[in-house]
Design a protein. Structure first.
Length: 176
């Protein structure tokens, strides 16, 4: 289990301090039982991906087999496939910003839950090498309620709902 709790005035910050080199990955894996993950007011920037004990972690935040709650956070500048990658988990992701990660902003594989009131953004004026064909929110084998999110800057897909996923979408907006 892990609890990361900052405040609006004093968020928890995880950044690379090594001259622009990636710091690796914040990996959480519930092995015998689902881990409980609470992330509130986190700013993370400059991670990548890693392999550990035969498991590949594809996002600067990678969570497997967990009950995940993420609020009021900024996930940006990942040098990995995903800004955040969550697998086999129950999720509630709300009031957060996902921006300028190198490919997908969020990738949810075999998850169920809700993603609401978030901002997904790719900006041409950023320091990270960004694939403008990446997805804002990528679902695979998931059942997700998606509402009141804003997507901006994506050339291909803001939402990618595939591989037997089911999504209920309400009031999401894509801007140019």
């Amino acid at each position: 289990d892990i609890e990361i709790k900052g405040t609006q005035d004093l968020p928890v910050s995880i950044v690379s301090k090594n001259n622009g080199k990636s710091f690796g990955v914040l990996a959480i894996f519930g092995k015998e039982k689902a881990a409980n993950v609470l992330i509130d007011n986190l700013k993370i920037n400059g991670g990548s991906e890693a392999s550990l004990e035969g498991v590949r972690y594809l996002g600067q935040i990678s969570i497997h087999n967990a009950n995940v709650k993420i609020f009021n956070s900024i996930i940006e500048g990942s040098n990995s496939d995903d800004g955040i990658n969550i697998r086999d988990s129950k999720v509630l992701i709300s009031n957060s910003i996902f921006k300028n990660n190198s490919a997908d902003q969020i990738d949810l594989d075999f998850c169920f839950g809700e993603v609401n009131k978030n901002i997904f953004l790719i900006s041409k004026n950023n320091k990270t090498k960004v694939d403008f064909n990446g997805d804002g929110l990528d679902l695979s084998g998931s059942k997700i309620k998606i509402s009141d999110n804003k997507f901006s800057g994506f050339l291909d897909k803001a939402l990618s709902i595939g591989e037997e996923s089911k999504a209920l979408i309400n009031k999401d907006r894509k801007s140019t």
